[in-house]
Design a protein. Sequence first.
Length: 118
Amino acid sequence: QVQLVESGGGLVQAGGSLRLSCAASGSIARINGMAWYRQAPGKQRELVAHITSGGRLNYADSVKGRFTISRDNAKNTVYLQMNSLKPEDTAVYYCNAWVVTIVQRDYWGQGTQVTVSS
């Protein structure tokens, strides 16, 4: 069984910063793509940032230049550094990982709340 555990959410004023972490544990042979998604109240879940096992990056237009995704493959951990936060960044943030055990499938974290006050 594989688990993703997120940490680092909280309340911050507009213009501030937060760093999210998501650690994967369990019977992991390899982790391919890792990503952060977010879901605001009344809205669909959306992709925020994605990183491949080789380090190729992809960002939503709304966060380009403000957020940075990174990963530590030795620790099976993905990070999201969020700078210049805006009230519209308020959402529950979920990490996602494509994990190879015996087969490959994707897993989700439980979500962490990020609230940006104006």
